[in-house]
Design a protein around this ligand. Sequence first.
Ligand SMILES: [Mn+2]
Length: 457
Amino acid sequence: MKLFSTETYKNRRNQLKKTLGNGQILFLGNNEAPMNYTDNTYRFRQDSSFLYFFGINLPGLSALIDIDKDEETIFGHEYTIEDIIWIGSQKTLRSLAEAVGINSTKSPSELKNAINVNALKYLPPYRFENKLFLAELLNISPSSLNPSIDLIKAVIAQRELKSEEEIEQMTIAVNITREMHISAMKAVKPNMMEYEVVAKIMETMHSHHAELSYPVIFSVNGQTLHNHYHGNKMLAGQIAINDSGCENDMMYAGDITRTIPVSGKFTSKQKEIYDTVLEMEVDSISSLKAGLAYRDVHISANRILLNNLKSIGLVNGDIEEMLNQGVGGLFMPHGLGHQIGLDVHDMEDLGENYVGYAEGQERSTKLGLKSLRMAKKLEAGHVITVEPGCYFIPELIQKYKSEGIFTEFVNYSKLEEYYDFGGIRIEDNVLITENGYQILGESIPKTAEEVEEVMNL
Ligand SMILES: [Mn+2]
């Protein structure tokens, strides 16, 4: 298990204690999750806030910070000889706790006596087991759980500003992710199955001792945004979206998307749309700076999209009027990006709006903009994804057409030529700095020519 220095974890907890001032804070780690019976489990994934403040990447732990008594305790079992028969010799919980600056470890059964329900703050649990655990601990029903908004805000304020050592880890994750993408570009050939390319992605990832930060999206049906089916045969002339990324051995995530022409070369019709998405991506990134609201970057990207679709003849009319009405959402029904860190959608368990929206900043209900997860002002230390796309979703287009939506703007008859187009998305991970921005990791083939060149090496 890799850890940052003892001081890192102490400083993080001290800052949190300072922000909250008083009371008790309970952090629940995750437990093993059974696949089909108790002893056959999914890969263990520790809770990210637990990792951030306590570092220990093991199941069955909880931690209590008592600000008033100035005590920090990790609750968990020491391994018994029965455990060691099955899983080998282990570091003691006590020694791991010391490595992250905590001198008190206790058995889980002692937690109930240590808490003061009136002063206790906790984050919203997202796993059912932890919901039940908390409800039982507090002697209330799971639906009555009442996570602390102050704690949520304090944790987000800390975790969203990445330190230099975190950026180092995220860069490692992006560089492994980069290799996964280059493997895919080199592997894709007409008449291959999608899962054969996914196998190359996974092989490259595992060769770096990394794991997925989210399930691989690799599909010639890129218009389906979260397509986890890999059973299609890829045909010459199609394009495949590869949205895949890893978390490295310190659990920091990469999240990259590239779009690949199955035959090794984009057709001119595909390249028109590809270059549109590329322009949206490159332009958005080059505008990034602290103080800029990311919602405005999303809207600027939509402006480029509509301008280009207008010159192709798929939409007509006043661009600003189309932006007001949300016409771009028909072609890009998702947001421009999200924060990324220990979670691929960082801290979304704490509430999307707390992470991505400023107090009082309203969330749109329009298609596209309503799915924008990060809308607030950028700050130095934020790491965000920039991931514009353009998709032709026949069911959505036909629905809007039949309901007469956007008929004054959208050339529905020409759009029929795009029903089998699929979709294009391009995504990078970007750190906001004091002076601008920095794309994390070494550069990944991105222009149509760069992608084609890697494919035909
Ligand atoms: Mn993403």
